[in-house]
Design a protein around this ligand. Structure first.
Ligand code: TRP
Length: 466
């Protein structure tokens, strides 16, 4: 690619699929169901939907605006908009750093998914297999650092392979293929879930909110997850927005992407809880829900073998298109800033992500005693994997989102902002600005403070947490 000629998405659908591919990931299929299970089902879903609409969507739209108007990577888009060097580009810098750190451990979890996919394909979860052995599978996997390193590396190679091929020929093409397959598999699983005994219970659990189960922790968790699931706060959507042409309807696209992301999370929730409730199991299994609970159920089900393949292939696709967006955000910056070209930059960044990822690969085995004393921040000592996760999810993403909403709400030139919307969409602009100026910064600020341990006394005093 020549200097000055920025790559663009080939079609509008391609952009929607790529951005949804980023948004739809482990957050939707792994995390959303298990945190919903922990926080009481319907009431959590209800709050989550509210958070998506009130904070997730406006911040997503803000990121698209910065990228589309700036036509540069996450850092330089701010410079472009401000007409020169500006402190706001720090937001972009933080984003690039966050996307990189996130990639380093996201690829480790994706590696576990690869292992489970392999197991599913070789029939390990077909009916009749020993459920006890499967229960131990996750422990064995976490105990084996070398194996995780291999899986992690394999997954990163897949990710790099696609990013290397560029925007239109790589990311967009991969999304065009993987996303429809993901929708198809999930739809089949969803339809199948209606034949399960637990389906009614699952629907009730997810969609009839019990307001007495409402907890402040649940609300805070829902706000934080609204960020993670829409891929905002790390410059990813700025980067994807920068590959958009001038004609695009920003508001419509952002709404469609948020809706798709939410729909997928809900469908995944129905599938997973239909299985769980068919066996009278508790919904609050936590993070091991899909790695331990589900596989032990697959072996007890008719057709569980096929089901397990569909499920883990689905997860692999979801993880891949998300990891691509993280890598692309970092690559985009360095491609613009060096003369190296896309392929070498991708290889280098991917390799560095692999190196940093080693700390996560070995977090639950060789390095499990190596805990970083971060009590003042997070209340306990943490192994690398957990530390990275907390830094990204609790601090960097809310901070990034907070700053982007402040930037677009308070700082961005009004004329430029208006230019980003069609005449028809402009009538929503006052509402958007109001939300970005006050609602998002306050709510996201609370999420950010809640993520820090030393603010806990304030929350306790206000009676928000025990
Ligand atoms: N949204 C993805 C998920 O739900 C994860 C993700 C991809 C992400 N890119 C991101 C999260 C950027 C935060 C920032 O799994």
């Amino acid at each position: 690619m020549k200097r000055g000629s920025r790559a663009h998405w080939g079609t509008r659908l391609g952009f929607i699929l790529a951005a949804s591919g980023s948004a739809i990931g482990l957050g939707n299929i792994w995390k959303f169901p298990y945190i919903t299970g922990i926080h009481g089902g319907g009431i959590f879903v209800f709050i989550y939907l509210f958070c998506i609409a009130v904070i997730g969507l406006p911040v997503l739209l803000s990121e698209f605006i910065v990228g589309r108007a700036g036509q540069k990577n996450a850092v330089e888009s701010f410079e472009q908009l401000e007409g020169g060097k500006t402190a706001w580009s720090t937001v972009g810098w933080m984003g690039v750093f966050t996307a990189f750190l996130l990639l380093s451990f996201y690829a480790v979890v994706a590696g576990w998914i690869l292992h489970y996919t392999g197991q599913a394909i070789t029939g390990a979860f077909s009916s009749g297999h020993d459920a006890e052995a499967i229960k131990n599978m996750l422990g064995a996997l976490l105990g084996d650092g070398h194996y995780q390193t291999m899986l992690n590396g394999g997954f990163l190679i897949l990710t790099m392979g696609i990013v290397m091929m560029g925007i239109k020929g790589g990311i967009e093409k991969a999304s065009d293929i993987l996303m429809p397959m993901l929708f198809g598999i999930l739809l089949l699983l969803f339809l199948y879930s209606f034949t399960l005994e637990g389906n009614g219970k699952a629907l009730e659990f997810l969609f009839s909110p019990k307001f007495d189960q409402l907890t402040p922790q649940g609300v805070l968790e829902a706000m934080g997850h609204a960020f993670f699931t829409l891929s905002v706060g790390a410059g990813v959507m700025i980067t994807y927005g920068s590959y958009l042409g001038k004609k695009e309807r920003m508001m419509k696209s952002a709404v469609q992407i948020a809706l798709l992301d939410t729909l997928i999370a809900l469908l995944a929730g129905v599938v997973i809880f239909s299985i769980v409730f068919s066996f009278d199991l508790q919904a609050n299994g936590g993070p091991t829900l899909i790695f331990s609970t589900l596989p032990t159920l697959f072996v007890q089900m008719q057709g569980g073998g096929i089901l397990s393949i569909a499920f883990f292939v689905l997860l692999t696709f979801a993880a891949l298109t998300s990891a691509i967006s993280m890598l692309e955000t970092v690559v985009s910056y360095f491609v613009d800033h060096t003369n190296l070209g896309r392929k070498p930059v991708t290889l280098l960044i991917g390799f560095f992500a692999f190196l940093v990822g080693l700390l996560s690969d070995y977090s639950y085995n060789k390095l499990s005693d190596f805990k970083i004393p971060v009590q003042f921040l997070f209340g306990e000592e943490l192994v690398f994997f957990d530390l990275f996760d907390k830094i990204v999810s609790n601090l960097m993403l809310p901070l990034g989102g907070l700053l982007v909403s402040i930037y677009v709400g308070w700082k961005l030139d009004r004329k430029m902002l208006q230019n980003e919307f069609s005449a028809e969409e402009r009538k929503y602009l006052p509402l958007l600005i109001l939300t970005l100026k006050y609602v998002c910064p306050i709510l996201v600020g609370i999420v950010f403070l809640y993520g820090l341990d030393f603010t806990r006394p304030i929350f306790t005093m206000l009676g928000l947490v025990k």
